[in-house]
Write a protein that binds this ligand. Structure first.
Ligand SMILES: C[S@@+](CC[C@H](N)C(=O)[O-])C[C@H]1O[C@@H](n2cnc3c(N)ncnc32)[C@H](O)[C@@H]1O
Length: 204
């Protein structure tokens, strides 16, 4: 196992060991602002085919399905895959972000909520290209990540990269995406109390 695979494995072990507590702690998180940001930029006619990348226990799959879309989940933590299937009734794939096997030109949108920051920086260009390939022409990628000053490393037992906007923007543009919008969360607070950076992109 190389260093990046080991980092992914330890991170997934963290989620596996804390799966039930994570589910309970995040069940009522309101990310409707993010779901709306993804959906409003998709020009295709509904029902839309949406990949919830790193879907966790399935909260947002359920919302997308309730809104009439065909939502498919993907997560590397088996306990989450099972929870998400049971809770949402959606198809959920058990895959590692670092070894994605995605169908080509399949999705109108990809919802990557609080997940891409777990991809080591050396792997990010490849992963972004894979996500682009799996979007239909004109498809939309939504990402939300905890922001920082481009620090990379461990936060407890989770590996991550805390990008500043200029760096994140440069990385996603380099994968051929076209910038649509970005904003900080939670809404309505001073910037120093907004730890999340959300951004929306169209496949170029
Ligand atoms: C912070 S949680 C976000 C979950 C969900 N999207 C949400 O908003 O509540 C990060 C998710 O990424 C998944 N994850 C982390 N590393 C992964 C990897 N290498 N491959 C696949 N999934 C991974 C975890 O299992 C977890 O579900």
């Amino acid at each position: 196992m190389n260093d990046t695979e080991a980092a992914a494995q330890r991170t997934l072990d963290y989620y596996r060991l804390n799966a039930e507590a994570f589910r309970e702690g995040t069940l009522d998180h309101d990310v409707s602002q993010n779901i709306d940001a993804l959906l409003r930029h998709i020009q295709a006619e509904p029902p839309l085919r949406i990949l919830d990348l790193g879907c966790g226990p399935g909260r947002d799959l359920k919302t997308l399905r309730t809104r009439g879309h065909v939502a498919i989940g993907l997560d590397g933590t088996e306990a989450f895959v099972e929870m998400a299937r049971a809770d949402s009734g959606c198809e959920v794939w058990h895959q590692d972000l670092l070894q994605l096997e995605l169908p080509a030109e399949s999705f109108d949108g990809i919802f990557a909520n609080a997940v891409l920051f777990h991809v080591p920086s050396t792997e990010l260009p490849r992963v972004l290209l894979q996500l682009s390939d799996s979007l239909k022409p004109g498809g939309v990628l939504f990402c939300s990540n905890p922001r920082g000053q481009d620090q990379e490393g461990w936060s407890g037992d989770r590996y991550g990269v805390w990008y500043a906007w200029p760096t994140w923007r440069e990385r996603v543009l380099a994968a051929g995406f076209v910038e649509l919008e970005h904003y900080y969360r939670p809404a309505g607070l001073p910037r120093e109390e907004q730890p999340w950076l959300a951004s929306v992109w169209r496949k170029g």
